[in-house]
Design a protein around this ligand. Sequence first.
Ligand code: TYM
Length: 350
Amino acid sequence: KPLVFSGVQPTGNLHLGNYLGAIRKFVALQANNDCIYCVVDMHALTAQLVHEDMPGQIRSITAAFLAAGIDPEKHIVFNQSAVPQHAELAWIFNCVARIGWMNRMTQFKDKAGKDREQASLGLYAYPSLMAADILVYRATHVPVGDDQKQHLELTRDIAMKFNMDYMEHIRRAGYGIDITVGDEPVHAYFPMVEPLIDGPAPRVMSLRDGTKKMSKSDASDLSRINLLDDEENISKKIRKAKTDPDGLPSEIAGLAGRPEADNLVGIYAALADKSKADVLAAFGGQQFSVFKPALVDLAVHVLSPITGEMRRLMADPGHIDTVLRDGSARARARAEVTMKQVRDIIGFIY
Ligand code: TYM
């Protein structure tokens, strides 16, 4: 079975972008894969060291995973800091990755802002920890939103350099796997991860500005639908969402140059498990005054059971902590298998 890994940071409210770009895909992938889903609490320190309620944030992401339909018994749900092997492998990857590679990361440039000298070293090394999250399980498939694409390319570069630099040691230790890179057969230790980004909403945009990503940090709450929003809020935000004066086109090509219309159609499609073409076949020629109420109904229909279940779960932190404790123990056992081999490949005496 393919091994799926993904993570979500415990910072701020989860929104529709996190749900459609990531969590909804996590749920669907459970049927045919072995899945590991992680609350990446160590990543949450990179931008802001001290958090108001770190345990509450970790529990809230865990609750969202469970409420959306992730099964923590068949699969693994845990928090990153409880499995120290992530940090151990990240250090090794810090020594594999080149500064030049890190300097190309657009997310670092965005998040560090103007005064880059004041950004934490952790923010700079962030993608190296992310590569370790995935590769400490030698996972092969990673469902994420479009904004994480560059980090996954870097993960492949790190894996490739490790495989090449330690090629002889990997062969001698007998831990290798045969993979193909391009058309070349390679004897490797770490697999080349495949990003799973496709779908109608790989990049959900702000409801106030179709050229900006929907994000936790946008000052305007009207720009996003939070997973904990109630029906009234969802309805208000969609009704107020920015649009242009034209109606909906009948074909995809008609969405070109209309980012807000494109975004709402993508959201509808993702929530309905349809393609954008299907949505336009149904709504083409209609005005937003017809489409928006239909989108409100659909969003409330899909999200409100999740919201309700999240609230119910969050009222019982003991249960969530049990899920995390059990998941962490299973994750640790698997991560330690990899780390024993990695220490051996490198030549550390342990
Ligand atoms: P994070 O916590 O910022 O976001 C969690 C997931 O939500 C996706 N996402 C979006 N998708 C579509 N439209 C949007 N507007 C939108 N905003 C966020 C993100 O792409 C992500 O999939 N670096 C990661 C966390 C991470 C990770 C990993 C992911 C750490 N280690 C290993 C995969 C594998 C992050 O900051 O996601």
